[in-house]
Design a protein around this ligand. Structure first.
Ligand SMILES: Nc1ncnc2c1ncn2[C@@H]1O[C@H](COP(=O)(O)OP(=O)(O)OP(=O)(O)O)[C@@H](O)[C@H]1O
Length: 948
């Protein structure tokens, strides 16, 4: 509304000359409709030209009055009513002596000029006011829309069957001041379901999807932990299409983004991506569309038929690097058009997670830049420290469970935490023994696939790029299986082609490193095979979870042999908590008795904020065996639990002897040595004896005198010895020692902190005095009839009878023992981990459990808690070789003997050198091994001529 002071005379003249313009009288002003002030009107022109000379337009007194309902288009003459008396021309002149006398014709030219100038200024003012008002109108209509929506919700709430007026504040509020997003009724319920079916073709919510959608619709900060394939995408895509504005989704992989965009577009949802690979013209177009959303489409003059963008996908790198994009988001947020920010695979935020991405850490700016925009973090695995880190990095408030959210939003607002049962009953877990020879492994995997899933899609995860190619070739060669290879060195176009071929079923089996799979949305993956162990149980859960996303029965198989542990260990040592995580994985695969589901449940409920209920379903509790995994279905005669106290003592004695002589031994070589295989016969003397010269001339083999060292060879199969060695490692009777060279890391085993509990006995007969509780037992697979011809079942039963109580008692006893040590206490729950980062995984305890047959079996696995403590107590020593020579594996202890038994982790097929060389410390003139020969000769040491 304009207030322009006119002199009373001007008012009268104006009205007289332009009677078509309505003159309104207000309490103290006159109004002319500006619309009718047509500059082309001849009368108006006349007025301007000749008779309007007394208009006194004061530009500076013009102002906008937003409160007035008559908005604009009126000019107000804010003279008092009394002054419009026609008589007052004189008075006017008296009041305003500078005004010329209208009756004097000679003054007209001056007035004319002044008036025209004034009128032009007046017009400009009106134009600028119109613009301002248009913009305000746009803002007003969006506020009206918002208001209408809220009003509807409010009325709907009042009409709810179970409404409770004392809780009103927003939808879904209950009397006791909390919201239950999972169960309360909400005004958008019907529309949510409608859109889910119509747009996404999904008939019913599953897991916590409904609750998450409700919390999203209510503008909450949210953390969602749902299993892979659980349906996390729907929980933000559905609210996105139902709310005003755009949802920003940050996702780590371009392939994943492309996949999501494709699905959304097929569903008719307007989704776009802005990544480094988006062509500039596309980016400009998207930016322009978002810009017009921020400005209000009408104001920006965009095509009204153009669909509004509902989801924008980009990588975290884009946020970290593009100021222009961030500025655009800010404009959207200011215009209340940034509905929410979704962070997919949110565990990548944390360095403690298994997929850390540095650019995710920069996402802390989101809360700073957009304090009012809700943030949603999604993940499939989120251990407590990762969750804690995630909340910290993203500046999210304290978490509250989804069924008990305080109605008032605190500052900072609470984060609503959703978690779903991680147990997926359609996945059948199995650990199969892996043959020592590579060819046999390929043969077995091929046979397994052809027998179980001849026509199905699957993934074979391998440890190295080389392995992926080898396995793929072998599967095709041996079984005609159509395979593809995926690893980080494949080009983008190769990866894209493989994705396409796999989706279409042209490629049946993808042999890949773990780079493959994050976010792959292929529902009918019927099997996931691990050619080697995963580095952690979290990783394994995630990788294996890519099977059966459509809910149909699928297989998850690990081929395991203990030697792989060395390879993994050398890789894990560089990671924070790497060994702790690997040990959990080893406990999983070593266990032949406890249901896999229960193992997962125990692990995750202790290592993450996930309660055990995450592993229960509506029908079964977390500790009810799944009934279909290998351990639930394992025939009783296919494994035996043996008392291995003597064998453990022997192995420790051997390793002790190796170390005493200044040598090192790998797991594989210790197993060979213990069985007196790999070369010459037994010797006497100090337990070691010079063997025959090697054909190379400079090398010398020495075999340990097992009779002298440990009363004879260990009477177990090689693979059983390896299994036992892993068990001893997990129970701190052994520890690892790493030897790093420029090319690789070799893992040796050494006596651990608990070894003295056995090695203090001088001979195996003396072990008989060991109390039952101190004896050790271990489970072994039975692949053939045992040598004595007894049935495996009988022997197994006997063994169990003999050792069952022992194992349990041993566990207890060891726990007691540890109570006095100064190892920190372990606790569960996120809050208890504040000052105990290293203990993250130390709080799980594997219990013996009921098998499918309903029998309580003794387990040889001691409490993992103790294992972890062992880890902390005995941090591995890393010896580094400054020279970087491979042959630097030699360890000079200053004595006369030199023993080195090694394994190169880079090749699992290496026929490792296992000789023990007795000699004085050789002079440092050893042959430098070239890169090409590394895998074959890592531990070869050439002696000087005088010692040969
Ligand atoms: N309620 C539902 N009923 C049936 N199918 C569903 C439901 N929700 C999602 N899906 C389907 O399940 C599949 C997996 O969903 P989605 O990709 O969202 O899983 P995710 O949790 O993101 O998995 P990942 O962590 O592996 O990325 C999709 O094909 C999706 O259409």
């Amino acid at each position: 509304m304009c207030f322009i002071p006119f002199s009373p005379l001007s008012t009268c003249l104006f009205h007289k000359l332009l009677p078509q313009i309505p003159l309104k009288m207000c309490a103290n002003s006159f109004h002319f409709q500006i619309d009718q002030l047509d500059s082309d009107d001849p009368t108006f022109q006349d007025f301007l030209q000749g008779t309007s000379q007394d208009l006194d337009i004061n530009q500076e007194s013009t102002h906008v009055d937003d409160d007035d309902d008559n908005v604009d288009n009126e000019v107000q003459f804010n003279e008092p009513l009394s002054t419009i008396n026609p008589a007052p021309a004189k008075n006017h002149n008296q009041h305003n002596p500078h005004n010329p006398d209208l009756n004097k014709d000679e003054n007209f030219p001056i007035w004319e000029k002044q008036t025209i100038a004034e009128m032009n200024r007046f017009r400009q003012t009106i134009t600028s006011m119109r613009e301002q008002l248009n913009m305000q109108e746009a803002g007003l209509s969006s506020m009206e829309e918002d208001y209408r929506e809220r009003k509807e919700r409010y009325h709907a709430f009042l009409n709810r069957e179970d409404n409770d007026l004392s809780g009103i504040g927003s939808t879904g509020r209950r009397k006791n001041g909390v919201v239950d997003y999972d169960n309360d009724k909400f005004v958008w319920d019907a529309s949510l379901k409608d859109n889910m079916t119509k747009v996404f073709g999904i008939k019913a919510f599953r897991l916590c999807q409904r609750g998450v959608c409700n919390a999203n619709m209510d503008g909450r900060d949210i953390v969602v932990v749902m299993p892979t394939g659980g349906g996390k995408s729907l929980t933000y895509q559905l609210p996105a299409i139902m709310t005003t504005g755009v949802t920003l989704v940050l996702s780590p992989l371009i392939s994943l983004i492309t996949d999501q965009i494709m699905h959304l577009r097929n569903a008719g949802v307007e989704a776009v991506k802005i990544t480094g690979s988006t062509p500039k013209s596309d980016q400009d177009n998207i930016n322009a569309r978002l810009g017009s959303m921020a400005a209000g489409a009408a104001a920006a003059g965009r095509d009204s038929n153009e669909k509004e963008i509902k989801l924008v996908y980009c990588t975290p790198e884009k946020i970290a690097k593009s100021k222009r994009f961030v500025a655009l988001l800010q404009r959207l947020a200011d215009a209340m058009k940034l509905a929410r920010i979704v962070i997919d695979e949110a565990h990548c935020v944390s360095q403690l997670g298994h997929d850390f991405r540095p650019d995710y850490q920069k996402l802390h700016i989101l809360r700073q830049l957009f304090p009012n925009v809700p943030i949603m973090a999604l993940s499939a695995t989120c251990p407590p420290l990762v969750l804690k880190d995630l909340l910290k990095v993203l500046r999210l408030g304290e978490i509250v469970p989804a069924d008990n959210v305080p109605k008032s939003k605190n500052n900072p607002p609470n984060t609503v935490y959703f978690t779903s049962p991680l147990y997926r009953p359609n996945l059948c877990y199995q650990v199969l023994p892996k043959a020592a020879e590579g060819n046999k492994v390929y043969e077995e995997i091929t046979a397994w696939i052809l027998e179980k899933h001849r026509e199905d899609s699957g993934i074979v995860y391998c440890l190295s790029k080389k392995d992926t190619e080898k396995v793929a070739t072998e599967l095709t060669k041996r079984g005609g299986i159509r395979t593809g290879v995926y690893h980080s060195e494949r080009s983008d176009s190769e990866k894209e082609k493989l994705h396409w071929n796999w989706q279409k079923g042209v490629v049946k089996v993808v042999c890949a490193t773990i780079a493959f799979g994050l976010g792959i949305d292929k529902g009918d993956v019927r099997f996931v095979i691990h050619h080697s162990l995963s580095k952690s149980l979290d990783g394994y859960y995630q990788e294996s979870g890519r099977a059966g996303r459509d809910g149909k029965d699928s297989d998850c198989v690990i081929y395991y042999r203990p030697q792989d542990a060395s390879t993994l260990s050398s890789m894990a040592m560089a990671d924070k908590d790497g060994n702790t995580k690997l040990y959990a994985m080893l406990l999983f695969v070593q266990d032949l008795e406890q249901c896999r589901k229960i193992q997962f449940a125990n692990y995750f409920s202790h290592t993450s904020n996930l309660s055990l209920t995450s592993w229960s379903t509506s029908s079964v509790s977390a500790h009810t065996p799944c009934g279909h995994c290998d351990n639930c279905t394992r025939p009783a005669d296919s494994f035996e639990v043996k008392d291995v106290t003597v064998e453990a003592w022997q192995l420790l004695k051997i390793i002790q002897e190796v170390v005493r002589g200044g040598g090192n031994a790998t797991l594989a070589k210790t197993a060979e040595l213990a069985r007196r295989t790999g070369g010459a016969g037994a010797g006497g003397g100090h337990g070691r004896k010079r063997g025959k010269k090697s054909s190379g001339g400079g090398k010398e083999s020495v075999i340990m005198d097992l009779d002298a060292v440990c009363g004879g060879k260990v009477l177990l199969k090689k693979e059983d010895i390896e299994t036992l060695l892993i068990e001893l490692l997990l129970q701190r009777y052994l520890k690892e020692q790493y030897y790093s060279t420029a090319y690789s890391t070799v893992v040796y085993i050494q006596p651990g902190e608990r070894s003295a509990m056995l090695t203090r006995f001088s001979n195996k007969e003396a072990l008989a005095t060991l109390s039952e509780s101190m004896r050790l037992s271990c489970s072994f697979r039975i692949t053939k009839k045992n040598p004595k011809g007894k049935s495996a079942e009988t022997s197994s039963k006997k063994a169990k009878e003999k050792t069952g109580a022992t194992a349990a008692a041993s566990t207890l006893n060891l726990d007691d023992e540890l109570e006095d040590s100064d190892v920190p206490e372990f606790c569960s729950g996120i809050d208890n981990h504040h000052n105990d980062d290293d203990n993250e995984h130390s709080i799980r305890k594997f219990n013996s459990t009921t098998t499918a047959a309903g029998k309580q079996k003794a387990t040889s696995s001691m409490s993992l808690q103790k294992n972890i403590r062992a880890q902390q107590a005995s941090k591995p020593t890393i010896i580094s070789d400054d020279e970087g020579d491979v042959d630097g594996a030699f360890k000079d202890t200053g004595g006369n003997r030199f023993i080195d038994v090694g394994l190169n982790h880079e090749s699992s097929d290496v026929d490792d050198w296992m000789d023990i060389v007795t000699t004085k410390p050789p002079p440092r003139k050893r042959r430098k091994i070239e890169r090409g020969e590394l895998s074959q000769e890592i531990d070869v040491i050439e002696l000087s001529s005088d010692e040969s």
